[in-house]
Design a binder for this molecule. Sequence first.
Ligand SMILES: C[S@@+](CC[C@H](N)C(=O)[O-])C[C@H]1O[C@@H](n2cnc3c(N)ncnc32)[C@H](O)[C@@H]1O
Length: 326
Amino acid sequence: MKSSAVSEPFSAFMARALFDPERGYYTRNIRTVGRSGDFSTSATLSPSLGHAIAAWLKAESRLQPQVRHIIEVGAGDGSLMQAVRKSLGWWARLRFTFHIVETSPVLRQEQQKKLGAKVTWHTDLESALAAAQGHAHIYHNELLDAFPATLVQWDAAAQRWLEVWVPEQLHPHALEPAHYSALRHTAFADRQRCELHSSIRDWLHQWTPHWHSGTMLTIDYGDEFPRLYHRRPHGTLRAYLLHQRLTGADLYANPGRQDITADINFTDYAAWLLELGLAQDSQQTLAEFLHLHAAPAWLTDPEGAGTAFKCFVHRRQACASSNHTT
Ligand SMILES: C[S@@+](CC[C@H](N)C(=O)[O-])C[C@H]1O[C@@H](n2cnc3c(N)ncnc32)[C@H](O)[C@@H]1O
C-alpha cells in the first residue's frame, strides 16, 4: 500500500495501514503471530498465560455458574485459545461453548487450522454475544493496542492540543476533552505527543449494551495517565517489521506491511468502562496475575516483561441494566 498522496488524520492512516480490506496489514499481509511470524506476544511465547486464564475462568465460573460461553477477542494465531482449552481440562471444556471474534481473514485461517470445529468464529463482539444470549466471559490479550489512535501534539505557547495528520501537519482537533485525560492536561513540555483511542471508546459503546452477565479480562501494555508519558516526549507509537521496532518517520514507511501500535491509557479505559456501568473488579500487572493464577515462576519475575503489561477485570452483574447512553 502506498502512503496517501492526500493529507489525512493519523488515525485514518493507521486504520487504513492495519485494516484496509484489500491491503491492510492485519487484513492481508500479516503472516502469523509468534516466533515464525512478524512479532511475538506473551501468548505465543509460552502456554503460561493460557494456564492462568483457565484458572481465572474456573474461579469466575464458581462465582457466576450461569455463564456458559467464553469469548476471546483478537486471537492471533490461536495459541492462547488452544492453551486455555487444554488447561481447562475435559470437564470444564464440556461446560463451556467457545467463541473467537477475529477481523483478520488471514489469522482466522491460522486459528481454524489449530482449533478446527471446537470454536465458533465471529467478526464482531455483538454477534458473539448474540450467540451467547449476552452471558459470556470475555478476554483479550494485546488487542486494544492495535486499535487506531488519534495522535495529538501539545502547543505550549498557545496552550492547546493539535491533531497530527499524515503527511505531518498539525490541525485543530474535534475531540471532546471530557473523554480524554491528555486533552485536560496542560503541564507538558512543548511538542509532547499523546495517543487518544476514541476507536476503543466507540468499540466499547457498540458492544457493551449486548453484554448481560460475565466478566472481562483485558491484558495489554500501557499505564495510568500521565505516568504513561513520563520521559516519552514522542509518545508511545511504534511499528514492528520482522521483529524490529521502528519509530519516527519509519512509522509511515511501509503502510500495510508492518504492525503499528500504541500503549493504552488505562486511566481513560477505566473511565470509559465506568461510564458504561462497568466497575473495575481488579487491576494487576501481568506478573501478578500469572503469580496469582499459579503460572510458572519464570514468567512471574516482577523484573521481567510481565510488569509492562497490565490485567484488568471488569464484571457485568446479571441484574445490571443493559441500557446506556452513548
Ligand atoms: C497484536 S495481535 C494479538 C493476538 C493474540 N491475542 C496474542 O496475544 O497473540 C491483535 C489481534 O487482534 C485482532 N484484531 C484487531 N482488531 C480487532 C477487532 N476490532 N476485533 C477483533 N479482532 C481484532 C488482530 O487480527 C489480531 O488477531
